[in-house]
Design a protein around this ligand. Sequence first.
Ligand code: SAM
Ligand code: SF4
Length: 427
Amino acid sequence: MNEHDSEKMSALLENVGFTQVSAAEAADVVVINTCSIREKAEHKVYSALGKLKSLKKKNPAVITVVAGCVAQQEKENLLHRAPHLDLVLGTHSIAQLPNLVEQVGQSRRQLESTAFAGDVESLHMNAPLKGKNQICSYVTIMQGCSNFCTYCVVPFTRGPEQSRKLDEIVDEVRDLVKRGIKEITLLGQNVNAYGKDLNNGTLFNDLLKELNGIPELSRIRFTTSHPRDFNDNMAAAMADLKSVCEHIHLPLQSGSDRILAAMNRGYASLEYMDKLQRLRERIPNVAVTTDIIVGFPGETQADFEDTQRALQIIRFDQIFSFKFSRRPGTAAREFPDQVPEEIKTERLSAVHRIQDEITLQHHKNAEGAIEEVLIEGIKNGNGQPFGRTRTNKIVNIEGSERIREGDLLKVRIVRGLKHSLLGSLIN
Ligand code: SAM
Ligand code: SF4
């Protein structure tokens, strides 16, 4: 979501005549887009702010901007903390970036724009992407989140859940397809809840069906699904709609029901496994990825063993795992029994060890299979084409000069490696 926000910001600036430069020293405007999901990400912002200070010293005319979730969270505090900062741009103010930059340029006064917009369309999410030869594109279908998982800062930094109108999304996708986009990833914090707030009967499946009807669009992905709202209808849509890829990112977070309840996730681990089982019955080759948090407050060794067991039972294709981080404003920040850092570190390593073996095994199992690969690029160093399978696995392809970006090819998987697959073109 942040990456896509950065794309929107650069497109908006390009639209008013700016061009991208490769070094901050050469820029008239520097925008730092930020993430505050974990403390570590927030710390990076403060070290980046330090760099901006020296930049501003060398070139006092440069306009410095901090955007994104840390901007939203800290608001004008950032301006006090960093007098060399010109603009704090909240998550709902992206569309105003060009205007605000101009205002700062004229007034040379610090500005802050962090109010939440009342209506989702005013966020102008379909800023045109200019000039790039893109194959894949993100498409925002909803903004914000109203779930309030007890660890998570997103409802505070991105505001309440709001779905965009179906027609606007479909128009945006048609436009992208006209410009050569072959694959889209629909973005939302809980895409399975898409449409519920529109109160007109439109739901996520309706959106998927509509997009599946666009003939030149080869692949539809979406992220993130919430296990509580994922249901059989969704599984059926994934199985029936030919452009919808056989991959789901379904964050489990923990294998312990006690911890899941304390996280306010709204499901138990067996319920999760049951939903997944039914999806796997419909789509046997479906790839499943997840997010895991270790060291949530009160997580005992027994709770952690439940998580380890869940990983062994479910055998995810890939996981993203994190140490619990105390975030401002969230309930879990104040929970008793915070887990010591050393235990979090040990648990994270244990999760990595389990998953690395499982991921490698999945990749080895793919050897010999024939996969459809969408070519996303050609490596600069060795000219090797690479792309992804429908199940979202990266495939590097043994050289062929004939391959071009955007090609949709049949590839035989010859080797399963730790992080990727090696494939050869079927003639
Ligand atoms: N909306 C998605 C969902 O509910 O599954 C997740 C969005 S969040 C940006 C991505 C992941 O970051 C979460 O699934 C969670 O595992 C992790 N995360 C969020 N807050 C965290 C925190 N305070 N500490 C550690 N990890 C966190
Ligand atoms: Fe955060 Fe939970 Fe919303 Fe996901 S569903 S963004 S984890 S509050």
